[in-house]
Design a protein around this ligand. Sequence first.
Ligand code: URA
Length: 209
Amino acid sequence: MGRLVICDHPLIQHKLTFIRNKQTNTKDFRELVDEVSTLMAYELTREVPLDTIEVETPVATTNSKIVSGRMLGLVPILRAGLGMVDGMLKLIPSAKVGHIGLVRDPKTLLPTEYYINLPTDAPNRMLIVIDPMLATGGSAIAAITSLKNRGCDHIKLMCLIAAPEGVAAIQEAHPDVDIYIAALDERLDDNGYIIPGLGDAGDRMYGTN
Ligand code: URA
């Protein structure tokens, strides 16, 4: 079973309160999501393996650490996932960024992929799928399945807020995937919104509500 990691750093929790607040305007919402994404990137990369290399300081030669092993790739799910990319790139600027676009088929109600563009070496990277709201889990499951079908086997999921239903769905469909969130909320409402949540993440980020 993949781990559920709740990033409970006080700064993340503080900023999340303002992200949730409906009085927070689009500019502040976007900036806060950006800041929380940077802080979450710190947690997500906690176990990235290190190599030791020799480095010359101005006064001596020493062995020192650098990040090694699998390189990173970010895969935001369009469109709300985009809002978390720049914040993460501040800490991991060498990560490559792929994109997945999903739309709900009006007949089947299932997420259908309309766009995918990945770095050519995606299977060699640890991929972080990014979607701020883990509601039913349908989009994240479809995105992860699509990545696995393209040979990617080292995947983490990063969200701001999750509903228990979404977490359970991911853990069932993709038990190898660790989930990183800032908060686990109460439930989904009848319209698929996370309660208490923050509303529609894409609308709040881009001012389309
Ligand atoms: N997507 C959102 O943007 N918000 C929710 O509450 C659920 C899904």
